[in-house]
Design a protein around this ligand. Sequence first.
Ligand SMILES: [Fe+2]
Length: 170
Amino acid sequence: MPRAELARAAARLAEGAPDAFRVAALHHPLTGAPWRSRKRPLTRRATVLAQLQAAGTELIVAGHIHQVSACAGPEFELGREGVVLTTAPGLGRPRPRRSHEACGALLYTIETQTLDVATYLWRQPTFALTGVRQFARSDSTLAEVRAGDSAPRATATENVSEPATTVPDD
Ligand SMILES: [Fe+2]
């Protein structure tokens, strides 16, 4: 992602209301299946993630690899609370002579304290629910939210700083 484009996106995200739910949509994923050798993740992913998160982004959605994933930030990097990353299946996939692709869509349900991500896969003649993941919309854990013991969501300007460890961009 070009630096100017990332800076413009972060500025737009930061302009929103403090309690707005901020979503960034990218073509290339930040997580997913690295074994698809010709389907690379986003370049400069650590930088992009840090800047989008610092701008208050709670959800980053992507596609490209046409396989579903949904994870909270700390599930792939310690200290990444407050953001969820998803990769959607392909709609109209798999294509002829292509393997490792799924056909379907993700449905997001945003509540005050939680974010649900539901997977609907195409099962002719309709879509079928195949899975749901629920995430906390705060720096709290989902267990704390469910127990009614969650901290209020941080605002965009006080949200998240750079990770404690530096990981080279890939
Ligand atoms: Fe693509």
